[in-house]
Design a protein around this ligand. Structure first.
Ligand SMILES: [Zn+2]
Length: 871
């Protein structure tokens, strides 16, 4: 990924998604350390952690009231730290909206101890580190990672931001430009536009109403006209809110807890404590004046969505019973009898998401539905269906088996949680520390062990028409709106929901298609690790070719390193016919979309139980991937293959997806420009390439019969390359391959693919010293983007390693030179590119400057970098 140093994240402090999320505790990590550290007020030695987690945890409350969680992981190859402050954009002064976010940027600009503005990022990048930060409604989070031996020095530089920042005068204008360009980058992003509309639907006196990112208007011109000195305001805001008692710190290192304790206390106890109260909003931004409205919005992208937003209580304190999780699990369910299943059957939707978020003192419950073209004329029916489902939940009452299943799934999820990147881990923990007791921070999102039917009943009562705002986005509202949102320029219109509809929603009636989900057959119960007789080093590290037939090769690696009850399986079904012309590419892409859509109900329970499946069409054929707990994997694979062989889409789904696919293709020019430059680059360097325009031309020749017969034709002449890796032995692998032989290969009387048809498509070789330029005009987007590609090495490990190293060395200076100093644009990055074994380096900028200027600047940077490196 490219480096966006400062990104403003989502609106809400805590998002909780439906079913696919979390639950519950297991192990008490008791450990003893003996320090007589006078800066420590309280120690928390019993942080609940997953069974499988070998790391040590310690919680501290320092005498300045700063809360800390330390994680000691002797095996880590990267250390990290995050500090989150319990204040965000909702606390901006009304006349300087965006100030909290601007402060998040400016805090990096020099400290008393380290006055150079790029000292911190330079130090991190010299030691394999990265940093980032985000501002939410009520939280601002700063985080970084670094090579383990430099953690202490990194922390020293980091701590200074919260002790004595300088916010250098000389950096103000440049960072202002960075914030403004961040805003401009988001201006055409529908999710940001919609968020701002949701804000203006609430009370204009409520802090939720504020514009969170900030731009020239709110941070420069507005304050100037009122004679406000913006830098003084930054310091005022900092002085007011950046207090140790409002901060939570999480540090992840190789050191022992004792060493980490010393490292942290000596630095962070210097942060001053102003003992202020974190902000809280007991009054909801949506009052009865704002509710029962419908808002029609014109989006940028050609998409149709319906979103129901309900006022909901802040239920963080009920995290052990979590009624919101119970409700969003059911409303967002996708199996038979679910709301989505019925919407799909009627051709009204293909995706639905239900989640709730809690701010400090208030919350929202959301139900988002993607609408089909047909649904645009039946919106009331979609809304009635949603209320029928809620009615069904109400009248049947809370179900213990649903709660137990959820609890069990989350129990597994918590205890077999994969280690994530330390930087992501500390960032998440430091944010959640504001909401949960230290002992429960890791497990709070998983620990639901209290079934409280009365609380569920109480919270489901919030989901009523009187508590609701309905937002509908569609291009069809173009020219039919009467207002323009101030910052993003979004066209919209607010109307009252008709009394007639409200009456219907109050008594939506019974719909017999809607029911509770069936019990889940995929939940694993056996987590045993299968022992393996091979103990030679090679057998442990390299996959072994288990069987080689004329139709397939099967590779096997019985995991002896990670020892998890999980398995990964990859199948490459190879037949190059798939990418041989644009028509085939369309058919195959549509096939995978339709097949995935058809699987949704079936896959939903599997996914909840930790089993995943994916299929995608590639230039070579289809890639199938299976991953998850091994206990029920055999049944899962067999069922998927049976479905693949017998797949026949309905006429209705075909039409819906054909329309969706065509629309996405035709919208290709609205994709981010920096992304499009990679696409165009690929178009000129690939030996075989079908452009979006080629695909669009071939669109009208697609028919349902070709989709139905695709697998039959594909399987007449194909090969399989497959890898099994994880907690699975040879016998189980051969059992699955035997199933494929008997059920996929034999019945289709397949001819094996000739080896000449199995080679990968190549990239064009650029002669040394050559230089080509390819320019494309995008008539939709105003900014420009450039992508300069240097092709470097072909399948040469030494050359490639050097290139990797150069890429890493250049990354930070490139950002500093082209973005921080020259302010060329918000998206600036350098990235290693690999295609068919060919490696190269990309320099990418998206900017308002013209491309020849950008090209000059990139070249100037390279000249500068060469000069520096030769020194
Ligand atoms: Zn930012």
């Amino acid at each position: 990924m490219f480096s966006i140093r400062h990104c403003l994240l989502f609106s809400s402090s805590l998002l909780r998604f439906s079913a696919r999320h979390p639950t519950r505790k297991i192990f008490i990590g008791k450990m003893s350390t003996t320090t007589n550290n006078s800066t420590i007020q309280q120690r928390f030695e019993n942080i609940i952690k997953p069974n499988e987690d070998k790391r040590n945890y310690l919680g501290l409350k320092l005498t300045n009231n700063l809360k800390v969680i330390l994680i000691s992981d002797p095996e880590t190859d990267i250390s990290a730290a995050a500090l989150s402050v319990h204040v965000g954009s909702m606390s901006d002064p009304w006349q300087i909206q965006g100030l909290a976010h601007f402060l998040e940027h400016m805090l990096f600009m020099g400290t008393k101890k380290y006055p150079n503005e790029n000292e911190y990022s330079k130090f991190l990048s010299q030691h394999s580190g990265n940093s980032n930060a985000y501002t939410g409604d009520s939280i601002t989070n700063f985080f970084f990672d670094i090579a383990p031996e430099h953690l202490a020095s990194g922390l020293d530089r980091f701590a200074q931001f919260f002790i004595e920042p300088l916010m250098l005068e000389s950096s103000v204008n440049r960072e202002l430009e960075a914030v403004n360009s961040e805003f401009e980058k988001n201006i055409k992003d529908d999710s940001w536009r919609l968020l701002q509309i949701k804000k203006l639907l609430g009370s204009s006196k409520h802090d939720f109403y504020k514009f969170n990112i900030g731009n020239y208007e709110t941070l420069r011109d507005g304050p100037n006209s009122l004679n406000i000195n913006i830098r003084e305001e930054l310091f005022k805001f900092y002085e007011k809110w950046y207090s140790a008692n409002m901060m939570c710190l999480c540090v992840y290192g190789k050191e022992s807890l004792q060493e980490l304790t010393e490292m942290v206390t000596s630095l962070f106890s210097l942060i001053s404590n102003k003992n202020i109260e974190p902000p809280n909003w007991p009054i909801h931004p949506y009052s009865s004046d704002n509710l029962m409205k419908q808002v029609h919005i014109v989006p940028i992208k050609d998409k149709r969505t319906l979103e129901l937003v309900f006022t909901y209580p802040d239920e963080i304190k009920h995290y052990k019973s979590s009624p919101g999780m119970y409700l969003s699990h059911l409303i967002g369910h996708e199996s038979k009898g679910s709301l989505l299943s019925e919407l799909k059957r009627l051709g009204l939707s293909s995706a639905l998401l239900s989640y709730y978020d809690c701010m400090e003192g208030f919350g929202f419950f959301h139900i988002n539905v993607d609408l089909t073209e047909m649904a645009m004329n039946q919106i009331d029916q979609v809304i009635i269906l949603i209320f029928q489902y809620i009615q069904m939940l109400k009248s049947n009452g809370p179900k213990l088996y649903i709660f137990e299943e959820n609890k069990g799934l989350n129990f597994i999820k918590f205890n077999f949680m994969e280690k994530c990147n330390p930087i992501d881990y500390v960032q998440k923990i430091s944010s959640e520390m504001h909401y949960y007791p230290i002992e429960d921070v890791l497990c709070a999102n998983y620990l639901i062990d209290q079934f409280k039917p009365e609380l569920i009943n109480e919270h489901i009562d919030y989901l009523k028409p009187e508590n609701c705002i309905i937002a509908i986005s569609s291009k069809s509202f173009e020219g039919k709106t009467d207002s323009k949102e101030k910052y993003y320029g979004t066209d919209y219109k607010i109307i009252n929901i008709s009394n007639d509809l409200i009456e219907k929603l109050k008594n939506p009636g019974h719909n017999e298609q809607l029911m509770f989900p069936e019990p889940n057959e995929f939940i694993p119960t056996n987590f045993d690790i299968i022992t393996c007789n091979n103990s030679k080093d090679d057998d442990i590290k390299k996959p072994k070719l288990l069987k080689n037939t004329e139709h397939y090769r099967v590779w096997h690696l019985h995991d002896q390193i990670y020892l998890k009850p999980k398995v990964f399986l990859g199948f490459k079904l190879i037949n190059p016919i798939i990418y041989s012309n644009p028509y085939n590419v369309n058919i195959n892409s549509l096939f995978t979309m339709l097949f995935k859509d058809d699987l949704t109900e079936f896959l939903y329970n599997a996914e909840l139980a930790g089993l995943s499946f994916n299929i995608q069409s590639t230039v070579m054929g289809f890639d199938l991937e299976f991953f998850g707990y091994n206990h029920k994997m055999n049944i899962f694979i067999k069922q998927i293959f049976e479905k693949l062989l017998n797949f026949k889409p309905t006429e209705q789904r075909f039409e819906i997806f054909k329309e969706k696919y065509s629309r996405n293709l035709k919208n290709y020019k609205t994709q981010p420009l920096y992304y499009l430059t990679s696409y165009y680059l690929k178009s000129v360097t690939s030996e075989l390439f079908w452009s979006y325009d080629n695909l669009i031309e071939a669109l009208d020749r697609m028919d349902i019969d070709s989709i139905q017969h695709l697998m039959k034709i594909f399987l007449t002449n194909f090969s399989i390359e497959t890898l099994f890796h994880g907690n699975i032995d040879e016998k189980q692998v051969l059992d699955i391959m035997d199933f494929i032989q008997k059920n996929v290969i034999e019945p289709n009387r397949s001819i094996p693919l000739h080896k000449y048809h199995q080679s990968v498509p190549r990239e064009i070789v650029l002669e040394p010293g050559c230089s080509y330029s390819y320019e494309v005009i995008n008539d939709i987007q105003k900014p420009k983007a450039i992508n300069i590609y240097y092709q470097v090495s072909f399948d040469d490990i030494v050359e490639t390693s050097k290139l990797l190293l150069i890429g890493q060395i250049l990354s930070e200076p490139c950002f500093d030179y082209l973005r921080t100093k020259e302010q060329l644009g918000y998206v600036v990055y350098t990235k290693l590119r690999e295609f068919s074994g060919v490696y190269g380096l990309n320099f990418v900028i998206q900017s308002d400057y013209n491309v020849s200027y950008l090209e000059d600047r990139i070249e100037a940077f390279i000249v500068w970098a060469k000069k520096i490196s030769s020194k």
